[in-house]
Design a protein around this ligand. Structure first.
Ligand code: NAP
Length: 210
């Protein structure tokens, strides 16, 4: 069992919190709108509501926010994130889905890591799963894959255990620099959704052939 704090009250926060609770994890919801946070926690049942700016209760803190606000939020929390595993789910893409809003040679996760305290560990995960796919979870015998990137092996092991508690399959892709590759996969999915698949009810994953 993991103890998770989720910052954000949107699609990803709701889907992740519901699956986390179903998987037996302790869940804290943190949102800048306290009434909305309370409402979401009540709808989910069993989730606590955390105060904005206070130290998150969870050992794992999920940034379920638009990329544009994520680094600033991490800076605001500052040392309250000391020793936490920070999961970055963001896809830092331009509004037209034709590129990234981050410098070449970096990734959203690496930019967020620059804002985190030295003892925190940023792990990229979940950015390649559409929120409603996450909400439905594995169905009809299909596995759902979660790709992970991070520099700290122990932090990745904790995220992998959390992923498994959700009934999903974790795949370690390497160090945090691989977040850029995962963000490209996010962009690929948006391209597929807009140009050929035409809906977000799909996922990309690993087919082991031998
Ligand atoms: N949706 C997907 O299928 C999907 C899949 C993979 C990854 N992602 C990534 O996941 C992240 C969240 O996506 P989403 O679909 O859940 O977005 P969303 O439904 O728009 O929700 C975003 C949440 O972030 C909160 N927020 C925004 N700026 C904030 C700030 N500065 N401080 C505190 N809270 C802030 C919003 O607060 P208010 O409620 O107060 O407005 C809202 O609750 C994005 O980075 C996205 O790229 C999304």
């Amino acid at each position: 069992m993991s103890s998770i704090s989720i910052i954000g009250l949107g699609n990803v926060a709701r889907a992740l919190a519901a699956r986390a609770l179903a998987g037996g994890n302790a869940v804290e919801i943190i949102g800048r709108n306290p009434a909305k946070a309370k409402e979401l926690a009540a709808a989910l049942g069993g989730a606590a509501v955390g105060a904005v700016g206070a130290a998150p209760a969870g050992d794992i803190v999920v940034l379920a926010l638009p990329y544009a606000g994520a680094a600033a939020v991490v800076s605001e929390y500052g040392d309250a994130l000391q020793d936490k595993v920070i999961i970055d789910v963001t896809n830092p893409v331009t509004p037209d889905f034709k590129g990234f809003v981050i410098p070449d040679g970096s990734s959203g996760a690496q930019e967020i890591a620059k804002a985190a305290p030295a003892g925190a560990h940023v792990v990229k995960a979940f950015n390649t799963l559409f929120s409603h796919v996450l909400a439905v979870g594995p169905a009809e015998g299909r596995q759902l894959d979660v790709f992970i990137a991070g520099d700290d092996a122990q932090a990745k092991a904790r995220v992998s255990a959390f992923v498994e508690s959700l009934g999903l399959r974790p795949w370690d892709t390497g160090d945090l620099f691989m977040a850029r590759a995962l963000e490209n996969v996010g962009l690929l999915e948006l391209g597929l959704m807009n140009h050929s698949v035409k809906h977000p009810n799909f996922s990309l994953g690993i087919a082991l052939l031998g």
